[in-house]
Design a protein around this ligand. Structure first.
Ligand SMILES: [Fe+2]
Length: 343
């Protein structure tokens, strides 16, 4: 009887508004998310999802590495229904370790291009972030810039700001160098960065602020940190340069924010509803959605792009398959240790 009532309320959905309220009282509609975005803060996109569906999003946050470790440690006991991380390596590792289950959903496969989701539907990318070269236009002419590898040249000695080697952003970028240049050449490049005695700063925002203040001339950060600063101060004196765009070059390094349904999910239907929403309505939601609210590029084909990041100009993306990021990361961590990259 109770089952019947729930099924009927769900089927009638929006029409039976009071029914939804009764449901909420009877069985609170929740979805538990482990997230490595926006530590401690509820994203506007999730607030919007709750308003639209009545499903409460319970967020538990940590670094990309720590939420993966939690999923591993908790196994079938985890309370997480959804794993939401900012790194394709984490998605790939969670998938290959059996921590996620597939979602067969036409909504998802139609919304998200094949290169932005797992081939077995174990995870789906919902935002794209480019890690690229940022520079001070007072001291650097863009004609001096080209590739990540060229930052190993002596001319950049004492002029670089980089994120420490323990951070997932550094690890994933160096993983792509291994894939594109081969392990030996990647090691030469990263050793060259280290020989240039960079300032290691464990915040992309602070790297940009340091460039603006003249503390270094060039840095590597994710694109959206500059967009955020430009939104509050359109005159912020740092420019983005899309790396590796020359002929025969790979394109700029991309990582993704992505979601998967955990193998142990209890609130399975709500989780799928959230994931489908993130891949569709949540891509825009008046640009407060998952990609737009963080100035990231959407993954859904027709989703709008935030105008500040559109202003960074066109670029080519490194087509390195996201399914290779997990294995590359393991190699990158070893390389980082070997060359003495700052932690
Ligand atoms: Fe970030």
């Amino acid at each position: 009887m109770r089952k019947l009532f729930l099924a009927a309320s769900a089927a009638l959905g929006v029409v039976l508004l009071s029914g939804a309220a009764v449901m909420a009282q009877d069985t609170p509609q929740v979805v538990n998310v482990y997230s490595s975005r926006h530590y401690g803060a509820m994203e506007d996109a999730f607030v919007r999802f709750t308003e639209e569906t009545g499903i409460e999003v319970r967020l538990s946050s940590g670094s990309a590495q720590s939420i993966l470790e939690r999923l591993r440690a908790e196994g079938s006991q985890t309370v997480a229904d959804v794993y939401f991380t900012i790194d394709a390596g984490g998605l790939d590792l969670a998938a290959s370790e059996g921590l996620l289950q597939p979602i067969e959903s036409e909504i998802l496969t139609e919304a998200i291009p094949a290169d932005l989701r797992d081939p077995d539907n174990l995870w789906f990318a919902v935002s794209q972030r480019m890690r690229t070269i940022m520079y001070n236009p007072e001291t650097v002419d863009p004609s001096e810039l080209s590739t990540y590898a060229a930052l190993a040249d002596e001319e950049w000695a004492g002029r670089l700001c980089l994120r420490p080697g323990t951070h997932i952003y550094t690890i994933s970028l160096i993983g792509s160098l291994i894939a594109n240049l081969g392990a030996e050449e990647a090691e030469r490049v990263v050793a060259g960065w280290v020989a240039n005695q960079p300032q290691y700063i464990d915040s992309d925002t602070r790297i940009l602020e340091t460039i603006a203040a003249g503390g270094c001339d060039v840095g590597l950060t994710n694109h959206y940190y500059l967009a955020r600063l430009l939104d509050t101060d359109p005159e912020f004196p740092v420019r983005a340069f899309w790396a590796n765009q020359g002929e025969g070059e790979t394109g700029v390094f991309r990582n993704v924010g992505g979601v998967g349904l955990t193998a142990a999910a209890i609130n399975r239907d709500n989780a799928i509803r959230l994931i489908e929403w993130m891949a569709t309505d949540g891509q825009a939601a008046d640009l407060t959605g998952v990609p737009g609210g963080n100035y990231e590029f959407p993954t859904a084909v027709d989703a709008p792009v935030n105008e500040i990041i559109a202003g960074f100009g066109e670029f080519t993306i490194d087509p390195l398959p996201l399914t290779e990021y997990g294995e590359l990361q393991i190699q990158a961590v070893e390389l980082i240790e070997r060359v003495g990259y700052g932690s």
